[in-house]
Design a protein around this ligand. Structure first.
Ligand SMILES: [Zn+2]
Length: 311
């Protein structure tokens, strides 16, 4: 089950739960004989009233009788510790009554839940204040070039559904602000309600190792979420230790499968293109750097962290 199906299942569970609590309350009340009689009386009076009003006949007397039975039934309910309200399902979301949809579109509660799940899956803290709007380019040596790069990426992320470029490769030395850029991207995607899986190359490699060394029928699930999420971010490719046949094969498998499914993969690395080729081989290289579907950005700067320390 992918993350979207998981969220919809959660919301449906809330709905089922709310409805079954309401039903249980009603069942408990109906087990009281007096209440059951009153309840059936209310039903038949409501039916009578509807019928009379349909034929434009006076219904005052029936309405008066209904009021009486209703207040009598309320008293019995009070004794049972219940009220008529307890027979209505108490939905968590008043907009969609826990269906997850409003007018055929996902409800706000769906996106809230999705983001919670996604943020819990991210094993890195995404700084919410790092957005394209808040960027301070003055810290860069070449602010105009960086500004252009950021603008290019911002335009791409904001219209990502329509872009022919599915992948993004951000390269550059350590400390030039690649992570900052990735955080801007993440925050934009989260605002758009997209699901993200964020892995350091190190953590991703550990998943591959786990997959490689697991021998049961469910091992497929380990890779499924990585292959199937809409946006996979691999941070700092090249920093992970190399295990022959693991990095190369599984990275290729994941990247290739994601391309086939038109899913977006974002990679940051301080390797050069040559370095990627040498380390992962040409099959994987072509999935990471293919010009036909990948935007490549190289960020150059003095080491920002070093510079900050100097100042
Ligand atoms: Zn809702």
């Amino acid at each position: 089950m992918n993350v979207k199906q998981k969220v919809l299942r959660q919301i449906q569970d809330l709905k089922t739960n709310a409805e079954s609590v309401a039903q249980q309350n009603l069942d408990r009340a109906l087990s009281d004989k007096e209440f059951k009689q009153a309840y059936l009386k209310i039903k038949s009076l409501n039916y009578d009233i509807a019928k009379l009003e349909f034929f434009n006949k006076p219904s005052n007397q029936k309405r008066l009788a209904l009021k009486k039975v209703q207040s009598f039934a309320s008293l019995i309910l009070k004794r049972l510790g219940l009220s008529f309200d307890d027979f209505k399902p108490k939905y968590n979301c008043k907009y969609c009554n826990d269906t997850g949809f409003v007018n055929g579109k996902y409800c706000k509660c769906y996106y809230d839940k999705l983001n919670t799940i996604i943020l819990n899956n991210i094993n890195v803290d995404i700084d919410k204040t790092h957005t394209f709007k808040n960027c301070d380019f003055s810290i860069f040596d070449n602010p105009e070039k960086i500004k252009n790069d950021y603008k290019k990426i911002q335009n791409w992320v904001e219209d990502i559904e329509n872009s022919k470029y599915k992948n993004l490769l951000i390269s550059g030395q350590t400390g030039v602000g690649k992570t900052y850029l990735v955080e801007c991207i993440c925050n934009t995607l989260l605002q758009k309600g997209k699901s993200i899986s964020f892995f350091t190359a190190f953590a991703l490699n550990n998943m591959f190792l786990k997959y490689h060394t697991t021998f049961d029928d469910n091992k497929g699930a380990i890779l499924d979420s990585i292959i199937d999420c809409d946006f996979l971010i691999v941070d700092d490719l090249g920093s992970e230790p190399i295990f022959k046949k693991v990095n190369e094969d599984y990275l290729y498998l994941v990247l290739n499968e994601r391309l086939l499914r038109h899913k977006t993969t974002i990679v940051t690395t301080n390797l050069t293109l040559r370095g990627i080729l040498d380390r992962y081989g040409d099959r994987t290289f072509s999935r990471i750097c293919n010009k036909a579907n990948t935007i490549t950005i190289n960020i150059e700067n003095d080491d920002l962290r070093l510079r900050r320390n100097k100042n």
